[in-house]
Design a protein around this ligand. Sequence first.
Ligand code: NI
Length: 174
Amino acid sequence: MAIREIITVPNPLLKTISEPVTIIDDEILLLIDDMFETMYAAPGIGLAAIQVGVPKRILVIDISRDDEARNPLFFINPEIIDPTDTLNSYEEGCLSVPGVWEEIERPDECTVNYLDKNGDEQSIRCQGMLATVIQHEMDHLNGVVFVDHLSKLKRDRAIKKSIKSRTSEPKDDK
Ligand code: NI
């Protein structure tokens, strides 16, 4: 397992529409392991493969709190169906947009169909924070980052703020 580099805005790769996984082989399983390791190290609660530069439809998520046991979830070729009309608003952040948090409204509940490691079809109904995180990560597979849900003015400001937050950090002398 290895920690992979997370790409950040304005890297154009983040606008890629990721391809479905056709064969779940060792390379895919290694990618999933690396995605978990990368997400936990960041630390973050969700990561899409494109965020480590791999345009495949794979997500990893763990929304357990620090005082809870880890609850790693992964989704291969996920699809969202039956979103509710009721919206929920969470303050979202993203490992690819560091230093920025914004309130985003999304359906409060949805169902996710996906494949597990054996290629078997699975389905879960998600609500609350899990529904939000899954929809945020699904956006990445379609080339969308959460600030794209903001007005152009707010989005441009958010991306500038993210870039500035990184360049103003003290650099390691490596
Ligand atoms: Ni994100």
